[in-house]
Design a protein around this ligand. Structure first.
Ligand code: FCB
Length: 463
């Protein structure tokens, strides 16, 4: 029996995003997104796949809502595809696109499932990218027009709004490392992109509120607690830098603290910013970005052990102390470190006092397949979820105002640059037949929701 019981009213959900599950890339007037273009560029996605069909959720959503209902989900976090709403990025609104989400939201509500709507989960209309994408300030204005169109149509029924999903990924993976669409490798461009993403968040909050009287609005950040590989000054400084790059660069401005000065200095020193610093930031921008929100969403998967590149390999051995050989990794190679969730929740609460926090994503990639009877015994995913929920519970005990948890993901889906090779779903998807099979973790999650709690003791692995 569970001994870690969550507070009354704690919201239990699961999450997905449009490009990863919808498919129907050409339907009902949907325009091209940067992910369509990226996937069609050879060498960008590991298995050469795309989201053209994905889980065919665009057609199968009634079945998928029935599945959510069967699992007892109280809330569902999904994203709207901007290219379905404004195919050219700016200008004409495609009513057929809005109609789709309109019907979908009605069906969720009829099933008594609370919609949590993310406006931007990375599928920028390609015509906007052709004009510079997030490196251009006018993309923030385009985003506000899109937010206006969606919130005007759905604002009477959707009450939970997330402006952006993981602006670190959208800016840094998209424009700095090029691992994600649009595949650009230019650090300065990525820094401009990060600012315009955050700016568009702040600019859209009042627009959403004006269209949705009961709206609670927030932003979702992916946060990665960092530890230094050793006590050396160089490693500790590398850890500070990593934390600034990944976490503080986004948290600080959202909570009214400006961009971190140490990072601006580092970026100027490295030539990523001009000597005068943040030349693309206008005086009123920071107030706009710090617009009061109702909650922050945190996506947590793993921590990072940070080692300075300034120390030659041989002298930097202590790193091994932290990355213990026995530490477990999921199929995508991310370390399993549940306590990092407790740590980051407490830190965000104590440093920024957001008032309300949701874990908007947490989950694991394990490829466990159906056995001969067609069941999926994904014991390691159950362990992962249980341990992270226990960590979340400890954070609540420590006073963190955690209001809900969304498992990533409801369905196996298109995992960006990894294609279909990585399976994060609590539901198995057979991509040939589009059959859905709730894995053992889904059934376990259903029981967890029913009991509003988890067991603190580890389950014995049986498979
Ligand atoms: C997050 C993304 C989500 C999914 C998970 C595994 O960074 O928000 O779409 O890819 O990682």
């Amino acid at each position: 029996m569970p001994d870690l019981i969550f507070p009354p009213g704690f919201v239990w959900g699961a999450a997905t995003s449009a490009y990863q599950i919808e498919g129907a890339a050409q339907e009902d007037g949907r325009g091209e997104s940067i992910w369509d273009r990226f996937c069609n560029t050879p060498g960008k996605v590991k298995d050469g796949s795309s989201g053209d069909v994905a889980c065919d959720h665009y057609h199968r959503w009634p079945e998928d809502i029935a599945l959510m209902k069967k699992l007892g989900l109280q809330a569902y976090r999904f994203s709207v595809a901007w290219p379905r709403i404004i195919p050219d990025g700016r200008g004409v609104v495609n009513e057929a696109g809005l109609d789709h989400y309109d019907r979908f939201v009605d069906a969720l509500l009829a099933a008594d499932i609370e919609p949590f709507l993310t406006l931007y989960h990375w599928d920028l209309p390609q015509p906007i990218e052709d004009r510079g994408g997030w490196t251009e300030r006018c993309t923030a204005e385009a985003f506000v027009e899109y937010a206006e169109a969606v919130s005007r149509r759905l604002g009477d029924r959707v009450e939970n709004w997330i402006t952006h999903n993981e602006p670190w990924c959208a800016s840094m993976l998209g424009y700095q490392t090029g691992h994600h669409a649009p595949g650009i490798r230019d650090f300065s461009a990525a820094l401009r992109a990060s600012h315009h993403l955050l700016l568009s968040h702040g600019m859209s909050v009042p627009v959403i509120r004006a269209n949705s009287r009961n709206a609670e609005v927030g932003i979702t950040l992916n946060l990665v607690p960092a530890v230094a590989a050793s006590d050396s000054e160089a490693d500790r400084d590398a850890c500070r830098h990593f934390d600034g790059y990944f976490n503080r660069w986004f948290l600080d401005p959202v909570f009214g603290r400006h961009y971190p000065a140490d990072m601006v200095r580092d970026y100027v020193d490295a030539g990523h910013l001009p000597p005068e610093g943040l030349s693309f930031v206008r005086p009123a921008d920071l107030d706009m970005i710090a617009t009061t929100t109702d909650f922050i969403g945190i996506n947590y998967y793993n921590r990072e052990v940070v080692r300075s590149e300034k120390i030659p390999e041989a002298e930097n051995k202590p790193r091994k102390v932290f990355v213990a050989p026995e530490s477990e990794h999921t199929d995508i190679g991310w370390e399993v470190h549940p306590d990092g969730l407790r740590e980051i929740l407490i830190r965000v609460d104590q440093t920024y006092q957001p008032g309300k926090i949701y874990v908007t994503e947490n989950g694991a990639s394990y490829g466990t397949r159906p056995d001969s009877t067609g069941e999926v015994h994904d014991v390691r995913r159950i362990q992962y979820l249980r341990e992270h929920l226990a960590a979340a519970h400890h954070a609540i005990d420590a006073g963190v105002p955690l209001a809900g948890y969304f498992a990533w993901s409801l369905l196996d889906n298109f995992e960006w640059a990894f294609g279909y090779a990585q399976r994060f779903g609590i539901t198995w998807v057979d991509y040939q037949t589009q059959q859905r099979i709730p894995k053992d973790s889904a059934l376990w999650y259903r029981d967890t929701i029913l009991q509003n709690g988890v067991e603190s003791e580890a389950l014995k692995a049986t498979a």
